[in-house]
Design a protein around this ligand. Structure first.
Ligand code: ATP
Length: 321
């Protein structure tokens, strides 16, 4: 093992740079060379790769959002021919292993490379927290913070104007961001893909709340359910509300990573190198009960699903007004 490649792919998430830094620094400090791949799998196939410098490329990036390696959506990478071209490029550059930081789609790319015999390790980097094999992904904590901050602000105006706000948060098919930001902001309802919901029951609750003196409300809805606007239209059919729909969208992906995301990314990145130096590979890295874990990436993706903690929705029902 002499050279490792690092690639970020899919949606960017806060803390990806901290992971890039940890992987590259840990590798360099162990005597390896680190190569950065620009623009995800697209850049890999095109050979857009550079040797990283510990000072010039990695200094001062631990607190920066986005990814210095940039990202790209490159659906062509699902084709075997394109994957083999990537392996050709990696071999040409003398790279022995690739560490991929990204979400579910990016993991599939790393799994395909592993299946073709190229040693790849997945580091979970997505705000959605939807990767199997880990309790938390890099960026989730920051995204929840951003969403909670936005909800706190929206609640101020909702209360002032006696309005109902339906606020859509990201998460792709997962309700994790909705659950964590919803509980944190004291939402009246949290609507997630993992749990059945009844729009009329939610509307009736808001109407009952108004009769009891709470004349405003917040509904947090995960993007995987439906849009805030569509939910608002449904809600309005069951009550006389002054309602508004808000979509938080990409603000959730930007900004300075929280210390928790920076530390998580640093632990994951260093662990990836530790495993490679031990001669291991083809793994998906994660954290379970605050312990770093590494599982076979093929088994992780083919036989496991991310488990959203749906009990948090029940918790919210027990503690709301
Ligand atoms: P996020 O969920 O945060 O958006 P992601 O990694 O899931 O991140 P995707 O756009 O789904 O984002 O995937 C990123 C890239 O991974 C794709 O553009 C493509 O290059 C590659 N990829 C996705 N699915 C596959 C697949 N089935 N096989 C090989 N490569 C894939």
């Amino acid at each position: 093992m002499k050279r490792i490649g690092i690639l970020t792919s899919g949606g960017d998430s806060q803390g990806m740079n901290a992971a890039v830094r940890a992987i590259a620094r840990s590798a360099m400090n162990a005597g390896l060379e680190a190569y950065g791949v620009k623009f995800g799998y697209k850049g890999l196939v095109e050979g857009n790769v550079f040797k990283m410098d510990s000072l010039n490329d990695l200094d001062g990036i631990i607190n920066r959002g986005g990814t210095i390696l940039r990202s790209a959506r490159f659906p062509e990478f699902a084709e075997e021919e394109t994957q083999l071209k990537a392996i050709e490029q990696l071999k040409k550059l003398g790279i022995d292993a690739l560490v991929v930081i990204g979400g579910d789609g990016s993991y599939h790319g790393a799994m395909k490379l592993t299946k073709h015999g190229f040693n790849s390790i997945g580091v979970p980097g997505t705000i959605d927290n939807d990767i199997p094999g880990t309790d938390f992904t890099i960026g989730f904590d920051t995204a929840v913070g951003v969403a909670t901050d936005a909800l706190d602000r929206i609640i101020d105006t909702a209360r002032s104007h006696q309005r109902i706000f339906v606020v859509e948060v990201m998460g792709r098919g997962a309700g994790d961001i909705a659950l964590w930001s919803g509980i944190s902001s004291g939402a009246d309802a949290i609507v997630i893909p993992e749990r059945k919901f009844d729009v009329k029951a939610i509307a009736d609750k808001l109407t009952a709340n108004r009769k009891k003196g709470k004349d405003y409300g917040i509904i947090v809805i995960a993007e995987g359910v439906m849009s805030a606007q569509d939910f608002k239209v449904e809600l309005d059919k069951h009550g006389d509300f002054d309602s508004r729909a808000v979509t938080l969208a990409h603000v959730q992906r930007g900004g300075i990573p929280t210390p928790k995301d920076r530390v998580l990314a640093s632990r994951f990145g260093d662990y990836a190198i530790h495993l490679l130096l031990e001669g291991k590979g083809g793994l998906a890295i994660g954290i379970r009960d605050n312990q770093l874990v590494a599982k076979d990436i093929i088994d992780t993706l083919e036989n496991h699903k991310h488990q959203t903690d749906v009990s948090l929705a029940d918790l919210n029902d027990r503690i709301r007004f």
